[in-house]
Design a protein around this ligand. Structure first.
Ligand SMILES: Cc1cc2nc3c(=O)[nH]c(=O)nc-3n(C[C@H](O)[C@H](O)[C@H](O)COP(=O)(O)O)c2cc1C
Length: 163
């Protein structure tokens, strides 16, 4: 199967998620991992897409413009060609919500529906039911994924495989 993983990442956390996720699919598949700015939507369509997983960070309460733009263009192109990918799933990284304060627009619970809207309109035969969130410990920093993130990646991979 052709498995595509596309990410946006400024500080490397989403890149790490993408790479570890790729490891869960390497047996018997052609796995392609790309930064969203370095892979065209047409390249995926030309290669064939059995599974597409993508993700990136929150920026000011919304998925980063790089991954949002990439996903929207992918959706447009697939619709134009009347093609659906086999399976798709989305993850997103975010900060932990501040305790004891009402969630503002930058909070994951408030922002997650924006990711979900991208998933809901994405042309795929099968989709993961939810967006997989990953907590980072700093607004700007390398290697800040919350302990246990590798287990979440494994669970995310299992969810996609079992769709
Ligand atoms: C300009 C900017 C805006 C951000 N806005 C949010 C936000 O609204 N909510 C949030 O949870 N995290 C926010 N963050 C933190 C990101 O979640 C964090 O940088 C990202 O998850 C790290 O992923 P990366 O290492 O792949 O770049 C912001 C970070 C930056 C630099």
């Amino acid at each position: 199967m052709n498995v595509w993983i596309v990410y946006d990442s400024r500080y490397g956390n989403n890149k790490k998620i993408a790479e570890v996720l790729a490891g869960h699919f390497k047996d018997g598949n052609n796995v392609h991992v790309h930064y969203a700015k370095e892979i065209s939507q047409q390249a995926l369509i030309d290669g064939g897409i059995d599974i597409l997983m993508f993700g990136g960070p929150l920026r000011f309460g919304t998925p980063s413009s790089t991954i949002k733009r990439w996903a929207n263009k992918m959706t447009g192109l697939l619709n134009q060609k009347a093609v659906k990918v086999g399976k798709t799933a989305i993850w997103g990284t975010h900060m932990k919500d501040a305790p004891d304060t009402p969630p503002g627009k930058c909070a994951w619970d408030v922002a997650k529906p924006k990711w979900k809207a991208i998933l809901d309109t994405f042309p795929a035969e099968k989709k993961a039911p939810e967006i997989q969130g990953f907590v980072v410990g700093a607004i700007a920093g390398r290697d800040t994924l919350e302990a246990g993130w590798q287990d979440l990646v494994a669970r995310f991979a299992d969810t996609v495989k079992s769709l």
